[in-house]
Each structure stands twice: as structure tokens, then as C-alpha cells.
Design a protein around this ligand. Structure first.
Ligand code: NAP
Length: 327
């Protein structure tokens, strides 16, 4: 991504290894993905992308170590890198090779392929952290239904699959009526149309339906979720589609609601990150990768970005980067 006259310009170009940012671990990229953050970086929205010189974008990668000056990693090891500064301030995943600090690298857990790892990526980590935090806060499957907003998106889809796999009754809240069958196929017990859910403006609904909620939207949606939570309900807040929040403290106080902030950026320390990756390869491993993930060729990358702004994207888009991608 180049910034020319203040505007982002994305193009494929031939680079050598020495052209990309240095780092002790050299990875041959197999797969990447597209997240909302990638779409923002590619189209120049937000302020977190390097603009003083070109940047290879792509915030998620899986691949194979081809050289390491750090003793923690060896040639041939399969690894995953998500977030930190990858693809924003440090050359990222949309290239055959990346050179990164060892501190960013997670060994691919046994039980996941390189493709599945990018079916998860940042979105999977977000969903897994939310499930983990629900459990730590004491939310149990028998407590009642758990709502997931932004349900058809990457985080939403993976969270539905993970929560249903753990035995929770999942209620998907989605703006895409045409995706009802998809949402049920990946684990939603019921689907509520987003517009219907947003209609009721009561600060506290009588007979609140949800024991928990994962909010991938934010803003007014979070206000509505809080009003719909049972006493001692938990709401995990991950989404930033709507940033400003006007609400009332009533449900939080009167119903003792727990708010669980979810952040998988560099704030998520490596031991926790590794533990969540292990969980995503075992008890939180999605059962519907085939339905949730859509592979695209590297050449389709630029054309696919805008689907994230049109809100037409469903599930996870996995990008085949390496021409001879292993795994
Ligand atoms: N906290 C973290 O560490 C973290 C990490 C990753 C992502 N995120 C954030 O989590 C959110 C979801 O990420 P994602 O990767 O799942 O994104 P995504 O694949 O683009 O999905 C977002 C979903 O939100 C819903 N949505 C979009 N625009 C909306 C609007 N204007 N009003 C209401 N709903 C809307 C849509 O679902 P429906 O059509 O089904 O309603 C959409 O598919 C994003 O805001 C992202 O920035 C946070």
C-alpha cells in the first residue's frame, strides 16, 4: 500500500526479501485472511497504517519458518502471527515472505492446519477470548441463551460455532435475513432480525431473554443488549462498528451486569495468546470451517476488500498467498 498525495494506492509489486521490514524470524506465508482492519488499511481509513513509506498490508498470517536467528523457532516449523503491528506499521501478510520479531510468533498448535489457522486468525482469537472470559465470569450453558451480534461476520460466525460447540444456546442477531439458514447451520438455535431487536427502546425489558451476549457491533446495539440481559448477565464487548454509546446505568446496576472488554491486539500477552490458540485447536475448534471459511486466490484480494464496507461479507475470507501453500 502506497500513500500518494495523501491517498492510499494498493498494487501488486515484486519485492526482494531485503525490501520488507527486517525481523529475526523469516516466514514463508501460506495463507492470510481479510478482516475489517485490513480493509481499512487498504482503503486508507483509520490512522494506524504507515504512510511515510509503502507498507505490505495483511494483519493475519500462517506459514512455515524458513530461517530464524532466534533460538525459539527453527526452520520448517509451522507458525501463526496475528496483529501486533503486522500489516499496519510492519510489512505484513500479503506477500510470499514476512520477517517478524520472535515475540509475535505462535507455533501452530497440533490439530490445526495452516488453512484452518487462517479460518480463525484475529476473528477466531476474538471469539475464543470472549468465550474464555464468559467462562471465567461464571457463565454456564444452563444459565440461558447467549446472543451474538454482527452474527454473520467473521467474529460472529466463529463465536456462534464455538459457543454452540460448548453447549450454549446461541441466538444470532443479524442484519442479513438471507443468512438465516447459514446461521442455523453453524450453530444458532434462533435468529433475530437486527431491526426487530433494535425497535424496543425500553431501558430494562421485562423477562429479559439473555444470560450472556457477545457484541460485535457496539454503540446502540450494546445499549439494547444491556437492557435484554438477565440478572447477573455478562456482555462481552468486541465490536467497534458503532463507537459512541448513549445508554442508562439501570440494567448494569439493577441487574448486576458484568461488562467484559475484549481486546486481542498486543495487549493480549503471549502466554494467554498461546493458551487460546491451543483451545482453538481442541475444545473450541469450530465444527463448521467449510461453511464459515471461503478461500480466495491472492489475485482476488483487492476486489474482495470492499465487501467489508458494504457489509456483504459473510464468515471468514481466507487468502491463498503462497503459490505452493503447504497445509
Ligand atoms: N476487540 C478486538 O480485539 C477485535 C478484534 C477483531 C475485530 N474486532 C471488531 O469486531 C467487529 C467484528 O469484526 P469482524 O471481523 O467479525 O467484522 P466483519 O466480518 O466485517 O463483520 C461485522 C458484522 O457486523 C454487522 N454490521 C456491520 N455493519 C453494521 C452496522 N452498521 N450496524 C450493525 N451491524 C453491522 C454485520 O453482521 P450482520 O449483517 O450479521 O448483522 C457484519 O457482518 C468489528 O467492529 C471489528 O473491528 C475487534
Amino acid at each position: 500500500m502506497h500513500t500518494i498525495d495523501g491517498k492510499p494506492v494498493c498494487k501488486f509489486e515484486q519485492l526482494t526479501l531485503d525490501d520488507i521490514d527486517p525481523g529475526p524470524v523469516v516466514i514463508r506465508t501460506a495463507f492470510s485472511a481479510i478482516t475489517y482492519k485490513d480493509a481499512m488499511a487498504a482503503r486508507g481509513f483509520g490512522k494506524n497504517v504507515r504512510t511515510d513509506r509503502p507498507c505490505v498490508t495483511g494483519v493475519d498470517l500462517s506459514g512455515v519458518v524458513v530461517g530464524s536467528a532466534d533460538e525459539r523457532f527453527r526452520e520448517g516449523e509451522q507458525v501463526v502471527v496475528t496483529n501486533y503491528q503486522l500489516g499496519t506499521l510492519h510489512d505484513g501478510a500479503y506477500a510470499d515472505y514476512a520477517r517478524v520479531p520472535a515475540e509475535w510468533v505462535v507455533p501452530l498448535p497440533k490439530g490445526l492446519s495452516l488453512y484452518e489457522a487462517m479460518g480463525l486468525g484475529t476473528s477466531g482469537l476474538t471469539a475464543a477470548l470472549a468465550v474464555d472470559r464468559f467462562e471465567k465470569a461464571g457463565l454456564k450453558p444452563g444459565d440461558g441463551p447467549v446472543a451474538v451480534t454482527g452474527a454473520s461476520g467473521g467474529v460472529g460466525s466463529l463465536a456462534i460455532d464455538m459457543l454452540a460447540g460448548k453447549g450454549y444456546e446461541v441466538v444470532a442477531i443479524s442484519g442479513k435475513a438471507e443468512q438465516t439458514d447459514y446461521l442455523k447451520a453453524i450453530g444458532a438455535a434462533r435468529v433475530i432480525a437486527r431491526d426487530d431487536f433494535m425497535k424496543d427502546k425500553a431501558p430494562l425489558v421485562s423477562a429479559p431473554p439473555f444470560a450472556g451476549a457477545l457484541d460485535n457491533v457496539g454503540g446502540a446495539m450494546l445499549d439494547r443488549l444491556a437492557a435484554n440481559l438477565m440478572p447477573n448477565g455478562k456482555v462481552a464487548v468486541a465490536g467497534m462498528v458503532g463507537v459512541e454509546l448513549t445508554t442508562t446505568v439501570l440494567p448494569l446496576v439493577l441487574r448486576s451486569i458484568d461488562i467484559l472488554g475484549i481486546n486481542v491486539s498486543r495487549q493480549l500477552k503471549m502466554p494467554e495468546r498461546r493458551r487460546l490458540w491451543e483451545r482453538m485447536a481442541t475444545d473450541l475448534k469450530p465444527r463448521h470451517f467449510d461453511r464459515i471459511c471461503r478461500p480466495i486466490a491472492f489475485t482476488e484480494l483487492d476486489n474482495t476488500m470492499d465487501s467489508f464496507f458494504k457489509v456483504s461479507s459473510v464468515g471468514r475470507v481466507v487468502v491463498e498467498v503462497g503459490s505452493k501453500a503447504p497445509g
